[in-house]
Design a binder for this molecule. Structure first.
Ligand code: FDA
Length: 319
């Protein structure tokens, strides 16, 4: 219930107005390292120096204003330029609704086309995040159109909590497209999504296996030890080398696990969001782990005193 409440708040304009610009911004630094491209570049450099590759995200979603959606497209082109200039080990993740999917499919195609052209010129890779189930089919259909137009520097995200995802994994494997697998971060009804954690985890493991076996350099995006262990075990059992897939995790989450996987010879990419539109992103992170509320409240008083509250080394994130 708390999870659904926090997801509801993530979509509430009134709640956003109440907290944006308050101390919550300071607290959100755990998950969002800054507002500017300079701050992003600095966070990417830090991650790269720890052996992590990066996917950079300019925060924003659900955009209905054409000028703002175009500005977001321009910002992504600028990020790609900076990644190229600095020779950073990074690609980009964006949301279709940030670039105008909620305005119209034609607007999105035009706005996104400019970013994709820039990415092609720079030989950069773009991942399309997956949003709520209202957008799943539209996003996959748009992805297939872009693929059919000959672009190959793109990848998509599939969510283990959706019943449909086994068919979608097969559909993307058939295409040869790169898939990021995650559990799913939105509040979805029982008509479309598993509701029990054990069911979501079971689906994640079986989709992970399909992707490792038949997919194209899949990204296994999770902080869950059990999912990571299942992936490592399946890869070893089927002699799938660590160069054939990567793990992905969010900035500020399970840095201990990120470091230990890098040490073990696995590719790990960290998702680094930046920008002022941090509110819905932050609320989804709270919904995933309501204990973050205590972490962030505590971190305002003292920087790193609460390690004992988190199992599995989570307290190390506060260091
Ligand atoms: P789970 O939620 O079961 O958590 C397992 C453990 O991980 C927890 O016990 C805790 O230790 C730690 N943990 C997880 N989340 C945490 C948090 N927020 N703060 C602190 N600790 C946390 N979703 C989506 O719908 N569309 C998308 O495009 C993406 N993209 C994406 C990219 C990347 C790189 C990642 C890692 C995740 C996403 N997600 C996403 C989010 C994803 O769907 C999911 O909500 C979160 O990753 C949490 O699920 P876990 O697999 O980590 O497991």
């Amino acid at each position: 219930m708390l999870r659904n409440g926090l997801i509801f708040l993530s979509e509430s304009r009134a709640a956003k107005k109440l907290v944006t610009g308050t101390a919550l911004r300071g607290m959100s630094r755990r998950f969002v390292p800054g507002d500017t491209v300079d701050e992003l570049v600095s966070a990417i450099k830090d991650a790269n120096s720890s052996g992590l590759s990066v996917t950079a995200n300019y925060l924003g979603e659900g955009e209905k204003n054409e000028a703002t959606a175009r500005q977001a497209g321009d910002r992504y082109s600028a990020i790609l330029d900076r990644i190229g200039e600095h020779g950073l080990n990074a690609n980009v993740s964006l949301k279709f609704t940030q670039l105008g999917q909620a305005i119209s499919d034609d607007f999105l195609a035009d706005n996104l086309g400019r970013v994709l052209d820039r990415a092609r010129d720079l030989e950069a890779f773009i991942r399309f995040d997956m949003e709520s189930s209202d957008y799943t089919e539209r996003t996959l259909a748009a992805f297939e159109d872009i693929w059919a137009a000959g672009r190959r520097n793109i990848g998509v995200v599939l969510q283990a909590y959706l019943y449909r995802s086994a068919l979608d994994v097969a559909r993307m494997n058939e295409l040869g497209a790169r898939v990021r697998l995650c559990k799913g971060a939105y509040a979805e009804p029982a008509e479309v999504a598993f509701q029990e954690r054990s069911e979501v985890d079971g689906s994640f493991v079986s989709l992970m296996q399909m992707l490792l076996k038949d997919g194209n350099y899949p990204a296994i995006a999770t902080h869950d030890d059990a999912m990571v262990e299942a992936t490592v075990a399946y890869a070893k059992q089927h002699r799938i080398g660590p160069e054939r897939f990567e793990f992905q995790m969010l900035y500020g989450v399970r840095r201990d696990l990120q470091a230990s996987l890098v040490k073990g010879g696995y590719n790990v990419r960290v998702y680094i969001p930046f920008g002022k539109a941090w509110y819905p992103y932050l609320m989804r992170r709270l919904a995933e782990r309501p204990a973050n509320l205590f972490f962030m409240t505590g971190s305002v008083v003292r920087e790193s005193p609460l390690g004992f509250l988190w199992p599995r080394g989570e307290g190390k994130n506060s260091a």
